[in-house]
Design a protein around this ligand. Structure first.
Ligand code: C2E
Ligand code: MG
Ligand code: MG
Ligand code: MG
Length: 282
């Protein structure tokens, strides 16, 4: 028999876990309605050209303005939507909304040709209808496919059930760009990636945060980054650094010939009008 205090403690623990599970379940159950009632919206974070500091595009990031819980970030609900399958409809909405915003920018800033980067989850990539849906969205929003970038993590690639190549080729055939998101956090290597129809790598936060150690980056940190960028360029991939938080990181990355960067140093994710302001300053 367990001692009673031990039992009490585990009862408290179970209660907490139970409450969490109920909370998750409720949130998950609320998502379809939230989608209908347009509680989701997109923030945009600038992607900046490291050569001249100009805004080269944006990454669209989904948020949920929950009527009771307030603002929820994707870490609170994307995985949940992935499990329930709602991510397929939510993901379609994200794609359509991002392409519609691109159209608004096209009208407001005719000489700005931004890259619009959108995250795809594993479930979306595994969905047989993805390519047809995307073709329809491109059509309806009059979107230039070459200006749309789809970000897939390595795990999203693996989720294509042994046929990542087929799906990627069909996507690439639409003319959209494909980027590997959070590169460096998974297991794939550049040799493997060289066989895939991809266009860009996004260097994960840890690569970039190595550049801001208190004592300064080590020679090894810099050499690793330089090597990844060089190899990526050999494979004709554009390299974007994520989570660039300081001017020092930005100039190191520019010196390593990294192409694009995003992060708090250049601008946090925010509403589309923040991007307009950025363009007005330019
Ligand atoms: P991600 O695609 O790697 O997006 C970058 C994340 O880094 C964003 O978090 C962004 O707010 C954050 N970030 C930007 N600058 C900095 C910085 O300087 N420092 C640090 N530490 N972080 C920075 P967020 O918006 O919370 O999104 C988290 C993840 O949720 C995304 O990671 C992406 O995997 C997923 N996600 C976001 N929107 C969507 C979507 O529409 N669909 C899907 N399937 N996933 C999404
Ligand atoms: Mg991303
Ligand atoms: Mg990322
Ligand atoms: Mg350069």
């Amino acid at each position: 028999w367990a001692k009673s205090d031990g039992r009490d403690r585990s009862a408290v623990f179970d209660h907490h876990r139970h409450a969490q599970a109920v909370g998750r379940y409720r949130l998950s159950a609320q998502m379809p309605r939230a989608l209908e009632e347009e509680q989701f919206f997109l923030d945009y974070q600038p992607l900046v050209d490291l050569n001249d500091g100009a805004p080269a595009g944006v990454e669209a990031l989904v948020r949920w303005q929950h009527p009771e819980l307030g603002l929820l970030g994707p870490d609170r609900f994307v995985e949940m939507a992935e499990q329930s399958g709602l991510i397929v409809r939510l993901g379609q909405w994200v794609l359509r909304e991002a392409c519609a915003q691109a159209d608004r920018w096209r009208r407001e800033h005719p000489d700005w040709h931004p890259l619009i980067s959108v995250n795809l989850s594993p479930r979306q990539v595994a969905e047989p209808g993805l390519v047809a849906d995307l073709r329809r969205i491109l059509d309806e929003t009059d979107m230039d496919p070459g200006a749309l970038q789809l970000e897939l993590t390595e795990s999203a690639l693996m989720a294509t059930k042994g046929e990542p190549l087929a799906v990627l080729h069909r996507l690439a055939d639409l003319g959209v760009r494909i980027a590997i998101d959070d590169f460096g956090t998974g297991y794939s290597n550049l040799a493997y990636l060289s066989n895939l129809p991809i266009h860009a790598l996004k260097l994960a936060g840890p690569f970039v945060s190595a550049l801001r150690r208190p004592a300064g980056p080590s020679a090894a940190d810099i050499e690793i980054l330089a090597t990844v960028v060089r190899l990526a360029h050999t494979l004709k991939l554009t390299v974007t650094a994520e989570e660039v938080e300081t001017a020092a990181q930005a100039s190191l990355l520019a010196g390593l010939d990294c192409d694009l960067a995003q992060g708090w140093h250049f601008g946090a994710p925010g509403p589309a009008r923040h991007i307009n302001r950025l363009l007005a300053v330019k």
